[in-house]
Design a protein around this ligand. Sequence first.
Ligand SMILES: NC(=O)c1ccc[n+]([C@@H]2O[C@H](COP(=O)([O-])OP(=O)(O)OC[C@H]3O[C@@H](n4cnc5c(N)ncnc54)[C@H](OP(=O)(O)O)[C@@H]3O)[C@@H](O)[C@H]2O)c1
Length: 273
Amino acid sequence: MKKFKLNNGTEIPSIGVGVFRVEEAIIAQEMVETALAIGYRHIDTAMIYGNEEAVGKAIKNSGVPREEIFLTTKLWNADQRSGKVQEALEESLRKLKTEYVDLYLVHWPVAETYVKVWSKMEAIYKSGKAKAIGVSNYQTHHIEDLLKQAEVVPAVNQFESYPYFTQEPLIKYCKEKGIYPEAWGPLGAGQTDVLANPVIVDIAKKHSKNPAQIIIRWDVQRGVIVIPKSVHKERLIENLTVMDFELTDEEMKLIDHLNKNQRLGSNPDSFNF
Ligand SMILES: NC(=O)c1ccc[n+]([C@@H]2O[C@H](COP(=O)([O-])OP(=O)(O)OC[C@H]3O[C@@H](n4cnc5c(N)ncnc54)[C@H](OP(=O)(O)O)[C@@H]3O)[C@@H](O)[C@H]2O)c1
């Protein structure tokens, strides 16, 4: 598995498995156990997904040493608003049955607190309970504000990105600042026809791969961490099997050009949760 190096030297597997909308504990646990058995070493969860306990159990059951797994969780907005950042992390660690997370992200830029929260994240980083800290759903202007006060530059910004919403300007900006971009909803979150797009289907045929594999490979090649979610074993395997081929520059551009700024999730400047 190809790894990317974050700005503090920590290495992150370029592909992880996301567990959003896998609320049922038994399914989440089985999914993560399967993912770890297949070879995933990077799991993306969040307090608000309600499955940290299941993820923790799966990690314990898997027999994979904790230090071999890159584990991300996220600070939920209510805890950001209340300022109970340390407490929220402790609760996540308890549920995840671990002493530390590899990456702790501020889940959304809550208007009143997205800058203020960062010093608390920095304290967590210094305590060693998060090996890296970062943000999620931050736009360029949020990061600009944060960097004016930050001692620690966020290691990662995780945001929505897929071929109809490539987010090239934000990716370019993050890279210039040493912040690794990470794509959520990389396959269109089951809400678009992107996996049936003729351009992607055509490229897939040429490489004897499927459309999901083409998109995941595109992300890895454009230097974006990617965390596709699937509850199906076969798909989990497919989504990880993208290191045995390469997209040409022309194919990369064809996918880049599918962009139509089609956002599927909430807008970070106007979300209401
Ligand atoms: N930071 C944030 O605010 C934020 C927001 C949203 C998501 N995320 C993270 O990003 C992760 C991924 O995003 P997402 O779950 O929204 O969407 P996604 O990974 O783009 O898409 C998941 C959908 O694609 C299907 N799928 C997966 N692999 C496939 C394949 N090989 N072929 C065909 N279909 C396939 C899945 O179905 P099945 O499961 O039925 O296979 C599911 O319906 C989340 O799980 C979460 O960890 C973060």
